[in-house]
Design a protein around this ligand. Structure first.
Ligand code: AMP
Length: 400
């Protein structure tokens, strides 16, 4: 799938219309205030575009996991001042997303203004993809814009059923995700590399199997690499290994060989006797990890090995840290990958970061996501996209 397959909001006549927008305002709150407005600011381009068309914008979102019940700690009301600041217009708030009050608040919202409706997930019908509920939501607009990439892998009323009642289109955030996770990976500039890290092969096997048909270079790091190294007969000590995935690891390696994919595994490891920060570590000379030690990060040899292989690549997709980046003793490998990709982006490579814990690596390494071609905002959604799964919220936006 690529950008040409979906309806973009620029393709639709929005002049003076009532536009219902599903946003992802699942922001962190602290002491009743927005702690980080990043997700609100990320929607600025789309919402300002709609306002510039003289539209009345009605925003719907979820926040947290209220599990179908009204829970004041998950109210969207504290977001009003932040949304007003970001969009530079008046924001009216309704204490429910459907029903008479919501309809009255929407009616009093002028063109060029915004109505923000209360948390969708206060209603169990949202996550149940209930049609009657979607129909009630649809009353608030003439057109539906999807802007919440983080939820498009779920069939919910505000991602799926709603599109049966309103003409629907993608906002800029969705368009960028589809452009990169769809188009750029489907038709990549070559050589095309994927770096897959993280803890478990079982979590990433679909991703690996889908990517192996597309990439020229496959780099495997993190604890995942030890399952592969064990399958090759190396000693892995007490490292985290998916013992029931050794066969699948062998199959991935066989497939890579058959397809001429260059497959790189870690060549050395930073190890410790316990899964603990700040204790004594050793760095191995090769893939073998001594008895009683566990591999917790890639070592300097592997960093250079990966760097050399990636230097020639024109498109690079990264999912998952190559070490226990949460602990200072084992973050160097993941930080080096993050820096390497930022440098390659500056030199013209297309770099796409998505899913798993990679975004947290960037945060910890203090590298802005703007240093990459695309850093996907939807963890689960981006992973499922690249696994080749159907995403209900994107399917709903396909051109008919
Ligand atoms: P994922 O969400 O699948 O990207 O997995 C991320 C997790 O993998 C992080 O919490 C890392 O700490 C963990 N991880 C990466 N490398 C290792 C390793 N060598 N041993 C144990 N856990 C690891």
């Amino acid at each position: 799938m690529n950008l040409n397959d979906i309806v973009k909001m620029q393709d639709v006549n929005l002049d003076g219309k009532n536009v219902l927008v599903r946003v992802d305002y699942n922001v962190p709150l602290k002491d009743g205030k927005v702690d980080n407005p990043k997700r609100i600011n990320a929607t600025q381009k789309t919402i300002k575009y709609l306002l510039s068309k003289g539209a009345r914008v009605v925003l719907i979102s979820h926040l947290g996991r209220p599990k179908g019940k009204v829970a004041p700690e998950f109210s969207l009301k504290p977001l009003v001042p932040e949304v007003e600041k970001a969009m530079e217009t008046k924001v009216h708030f309704a204490s429910d997303c459907v029903g008479a009050e919501a309809e009255a608040v929407v009616a009093q919202t002028k063109k060029g203004e915004i109505a923000l409706l209360e948390n969708l997930r206060f209603h169990p019908e949202e996550e149940a993809n209930d049609k009657e509920f979607a129909k009630k939501l649809a009353k608030h607009g003439e057109i539906f814009i999807q802007e919440a990439f983080g939820t498009v892998h779920r069939a919910h009323a505000s991602t799926s059923a709603i599109t049966e009642f309103l003409p629907s289109a993608a906002g800029y955030l969705i368009q960028k995700e589809v452009e990169f996770l769809g188009g750029a990976l489907e038709n990549p500039k070559r050589p095309f590399a994927a770096i897959i890290g993280g803890a478990k092969v079982s979590d990433k096997i679909m991703l690996l199997n889908n990517l192996i048909d597309k990439v020229d270079v496959l780099v495997i790091g993190g604890a995942m690499a030890y399952t592969f190294n064990k399958a090759l007969g190396y000693n892995v000590g007490t490292s985290l290994v998916d013992n029931d995935k050794l066969e699948e690891a062998k199959q991935v390696m066989a497939k890579a060989k058959a397809k001429g994919v260059e497959l790189l595994l870690s060549q050395d490891a930073v190890c410790a006797k316990e899964f603990k920060d700040g204790i004594e570590t050793i760095t191995t000379q090769d893939q073998n990890i001594p008895e009683g030690y566990m591999g917790l990060d890639i070592g300097p040899k592997t960093i250079e090995y990966f760097k050399n292989a990636l230097a020639k690549c024109k498109t690079i997709f990264w999912n998952g840290p190559v070490g226990v980046f949460e602990m200072e003793s084992y973050n160097k490998g993941s930080f080096a990958i993050a820096q390497m990709l930022a440098d390659l982006t500056a030199k013209g490579a297309i770099t796409i970061i998505g899913g798993g814990d990679s975004l947290n690596v960037l945060k910890k390494a203090k590298i802005a996501s703007s240093a990459y071609s695309h850093a996907s905002t939807g963890g689960g959604a981006s992973m499922e996209f690249v696994e080749g799964k159907e995403l209900p919220g994107i399917t709903a936006l396909l051109k008919k």
